[in-house]
Design a protein around this ligand. Sequence first.
Ligand SMILES: [Zn+2]
Length: 483
Amino acid sequence: MTSRPDIVLLVLDTQRVDRLSCYGCSPETSPYIDALAADATIFRHAASPASWTVPAHASMFTGHYPSLHHTVQSYSVLPKTLPTLAERLRDSGYFTAAFCNNPLVGVVNNGLRRGFLSFLNYSGWLTSRPNQIGVGSSLIDRYRQWFKGLLTAIVCRIQDAFARSEFLLELSFSPLMVPFWQTALSFKGNTAKSLNDAALLLTQRRDVAEDQPIFSFINLMGTHMPYDPPRRFAAKFAPHVRDNKSAQRYLHHFNSDIVGWYMPLAKALDEEQKVTLDGMYNSEVAYQDELVGAFLEKLRASGRLDRTLLVVCADHGDHLGEKQFIGHSLSLYNELIHVPLLVRDPGGDFPRGTTVERFVSTRRVYHTLLEAAGLADESERKLTLAQSVASDADVGTAFSEGIPPQTIINVLRRREPQLLSERRIDQTRRQARGMLQHIPHRNGPAIGTTPFGVAIGEELVKPKTPGREQLHDDRRRRDDLGE
Ligand SMILES: [Zn+2]
């Protein structure tokens, strides 16, 4: 047995908190994650620092808010001055492995892969295959590996260019390109395979020393659009779609209309459209939940689960028509920012069956996992999720920062300039969430009175120019806010 635990960070990309039954969703969508929650500490009021993939992952990987790590666009690169979670764990002796289904994390050359000794992609033009399991040693095998490596390098450069170029991005939105995106690019990756590969590494530990702990980062895209769940799930959660031609037409159009995944809506969805989207989304939640359940069962059966610190969370949620938004990245509403967060801890810092009500930011996954590995310094220890309110350096407040993707804004400016200005979509903003007495700064009326939003202050902030000098600490940033 290792003296330090294995660590698994399971990010359910685009998982809305209100669609997990352990957070109150009815009908029951997530029996396996619910069972895990009953055996873990569940955070009721976790907030993502950002509303889309790149800045949200950069925050979990560095412990900083987006205005500090500056990785806020699809073309941003994480500053080398900020050590990542994987780098610190690797440097302390962990075997670091990623099983990633989101190309914005695994394919674009933005620094989020830093620190991983093994990084497997399941999305994109050319998925990578596990190199710890089953790579032969013959000349032919080695040639195949070399050739695949060469091809991967070329393809990664092309995909990287798509993320950075408005022209290529807009080209990729064209209806002609949609079938290509969805099939050749395996847009949502392969949830089952990535979980299976991660379980193999954690249970069989090939090429990993018996006493070497493993850090596994897993990103799943099962609940991201397009929606095409197995029939048995659609029959349960969206039964009307089977015999309803107009619902089928709407779903087909929705799945093919990639621009529509990002555009604000000019008018609200009608009832049938809303029920269809909700039902199909819930079907994907339930399907992914079943696959996560199988993954957990493999760890449990091998005895590894009780030697593993497991964190399950989302990078952000998704709009399914609420407030006339679809998708994510253009708002800071609770549909995007309020996220699930569970910690299952064999070490005892996170008691099983416990509920935490205070507001926390998912950036603190960074500090929590460093502490589990024995690497957190004194200031980092104050930000672990295990802290009580009294010793919590964030004093029960979580910030979310909205810096919309410039590539999307530019497309909107050309196609829907009126919607862009009416909805103030191109403006950078920051919100604080917490109990009223803890909100350090409120500018304007509180917005959002859903169960999550006890109090929300919002202000518009000026984008900052990235620079080393701006990487000041969080205390100073809160001072800037006028605490
Ligand atoms: Zn995401």
